[in-house]
Unconditional design. Structure first.
Length: 195
């Protein structure tokens, strides 16, 4: 480990002239996130809850990776980062070590604003951008919420009669030009041809 640290230091330094050696460091253990709803003091946590567990980085991933998670959600959320993986024996992640927690507020306000309440609007689409630094720290770099609004325009076009007649005449000419020429020779029953 000290030998690797010496190479990293010499690669970074301008004082030493050594052959560039690049080392790749890998994550020793998987990292899992749990996304859940943030409850206010007046809300009961017994309501229907949103609880999503996903593996953010798997064991053996290279340090320095970036990951994005996209989901449709319209409530304030809590994002918890755990060291380890979810198993069938521990679906609630009680045996995993909790590394950090983020709380995203304001999502409910975005969903309930004048654009979010319009007919044809979707739930906010959240994009969470995570980064595993070269030091092994995971950070939530950016959280972005987008609402798509469907707008329907009813518009009638008035085409003058003269234009429609011209278009119909042009189409007839194209059809006539595309027909194959018919042969004028005919054969009688004796096998002789008449022209």
């Amino acid at each position: 480990m000290c030998f690797g640290a010496a190479y990293i230091a010499s690669n970074s330094s301008e004082s030493f002239k050594v052959k560039k050696i690049f080392l790749t460091q890998r994550i020793p253990e998987a990292l899992t996130i749990r996304i859940s709803k943030v409850y206010s003091d007046t809300e009961e946590s017994e309501d229907i809850t949103y609880n999503k567990v996903a593996k953010l980085f798997k064991q053996g991933d290279i340090l320095g990776l970036k990951k994005s998670i996209s989901l449709n959600y319209d409530q304030d959320m809590r994002i918890e980062l755990f060291k380890g993986e979810q198993t069938e024996a521990d679906p609630e992640l009680k045996t995993l070590t909790k590394l950090t927690e983020y709380q995203l507020n304001g999502i409910k306000d975005i969903a309930n604003n004048h654009v979010g309440k319009k007919e044809g609007s979707t739930k906010p689409k959240l994009t969470l951008n995570f980064e595993m630094t070269r030091s092994g720290f995971v950070t939530l770099n950016k959280a972005e919420a987008k609402i798509e609004e469907l707008v329907v325009y009813n518009e009638t076009l008035k085409i003058p009669i003269e234009e429609t007649e011209e278009v119909a005449a042009e189409e007839k000419e194209e059809i006539i030009e595309d027909k194959p020429a018919e042969s004028t020779t005919s054969e009688n029953s004796d096998g002789e041809s008449n022209s």
